[in-house]
Design a protein around this ligand. Structure first.
Ligand code: FAD
Length: 390
């Protein structure tokens, strides 16, 4: 890639300042690549996938690729936190339980990757974490798990990308991407004609909007669902017990629980707890989603709290919706077709890999390394130049 000078010309333009695009812009900018980061709203907005003050950060996965990637991500998080001078993750330990979560299999995966963990009987787990009611059967605990703060992470990535020289354009929705005779590509849309963005290569990190962009690239089948999360208060002020562990429970119900972080209000890190059903999303699109919390989901999560988390007030005091984009096998998308690099850490588990996604995308952009083969676009794109509208 060649360095470019004039104001509207960049080596790379990144569309979307969610976790994936923001981390990519940070990684490119700190490597000295001239980068424009173009976002339809403002970084940190509530319309996509990357908002809120807590998401699960854990190494347990039934899939050894993602266990391995979580180890690589750890090093990237440390680099981002050092560059930003702030802590973005909180280590509370993580629990996995329920027959459908298969803790024994997860423990084997962690063991193979050398991740410290314990497999406990339900009775032992109940003694250690009396705030939770476990299913009979084994419970997996690994102390390196916890939660990350997506709002703070997006802010850190964007802030540091700009500090390293990236240009941030907000409130600008890219309507189309044009191929120029010069070989460059130009972003087009309201707000971009007066102040154009031209680049040698475009990274599309548009999340749930990806299927709506009309790109000349065959994408894997993507399903967008609207999910909801609920915040619950502790009945009493936290006592001497340290922060609650995060947990994934896949039994009769499939539930993710973790501290609320700043979204819990003044109760802060120790006070409120956030819960969501892992399997209750309604299929939608980024353009048509309602943004309305599903009352059936609220009722189900409330019932779960009554049965399983007696230290919480079962009436949620806050709720929010967000968009999840999923591939059929749960894999991420990261591949190049001509002048476009498509990146989408899909399927509800991309947040914890954010700075690694930035690194993998930057490596692909710069031709330094390929992404994992499973993240490839459908084979019909191979060799494609992804000719954009001239
Ligand atoms: C309910 C829920 C819970 C989750 N929990 C976890 C968890 O516990 N742990 C975990 O690791 N992961 C979790 N995830 C996954 C994680 O949130 C996603 O992997 C991640 O946020 C995806 O980020 P993204 O940048 O791809 O998408 P987004 O955050 O949606 O960002 C896309 C951006 O592109 C912008 N954009 C789109 N089109 C255009 C355009 N034409 N022009 C300009 N800008 C555009 C959008 O405005 C948006 O800002 C969860 C996801 C959901 C939905």
């Amino acid at each position: 890639m060649t360095a470019r000078d004039p104001a509207d010309r960049y080596q790379v333009a990144v569309i979307g300042a969610g976790l994936a695009g923001a981390a990519t812009a940070w990684e490119l900018a700190r490597r000295g690549i001239s980068t424009a980061l173009v976002e339809a709203y403002r970084p940190g907005h509530r319309q996509g996938s990357s908002h809120g003050s807590s998401q699960l950060y854990a190494r347990s996965s039934a899939d050894s690729l993602y266990v391995e990637l979580s180890g690589q991500a750890e090093a990237c998080w440390l680099e981002l936190e050092a560059d930003a001078g702030t802590r973005l993750r909180h280590r509370t330990g993580a629990l996995d339980f329920g027959a459908r979560r298969d803790p024994v299999r997860l423990a084997a995966r962690l063991g193979a990757a050398g991740v410290p963990h314990e497999l406990l009987a339900a009775e032992e787990a109940a003694e250690r974490w009396p705030q939770l009611r476990f299913d009979p059967g084994p419970v997996l605990y690994h102390p390196d798990g916890g939660w990350l703060d997506p709002d703070a992470t997006v802010a850190a990535c964007v802030g540091r990308a700009v500090a390293h020289g990236a240009e941030l354009r907000t409130g600008v929705r890219v309507a189309r991407i044009e191929q120029l005779r010069s070989g460059e590509v130009a972003l087009r849309g309201p707000g971009l004609d007066a102040a154009p963005v031209r680049a040698e290569l475009v990274v599309v990190a548009a999340g749930a909007w990806l299927p709506e962009l009309g790109l000349p690239v065959r994408l894997p089948p993507l399903t967008v669902t609207q999910q909801q999360v609920f915040h619950f208060r502790r009945r009493e002020q936290p006592g001497p017990r340290p922060g609650w562990p995060v947990f994934v429970h896949r039994g009769e119900q499939q539930v993710l629980g973790l501290p609320s972080g700043a979204d819990g209000g003044t109760d802060g890190v120790l006070g409120a707890f956030k819960l969501s059903l892992l399997d209750d999303g309604r299929v939608t699109t980024a353009g048509t989603r309602s943004g309305v919390v599903d009352p059936a989901s609220r009722q189900a999560v409330s019932g779960y709290v009554r049965q399983r988390l007696p230290e919480l007030d079962p009436e949620p005091f806050a709720a929010a919706t967000s968009l999840r984009t999923s591939t059929p096998g749960g894999d991420f998308v990261l591949d190049r077709a001509g002048s476009l690099v498509i990146v989408s850490p899909c399927s509800g588990h991309g947040g914890k890999y954010a700075p690694l996604i930035g690194r993998l995308t930057a490596d692909l952009v710069l031709g330094k390394a390929e992404a994992p083969a499973r993240f490839a676009l459908p084979a019909s794109n191979s060799g494609a130049t992804a000719r954009l509208r001239p």
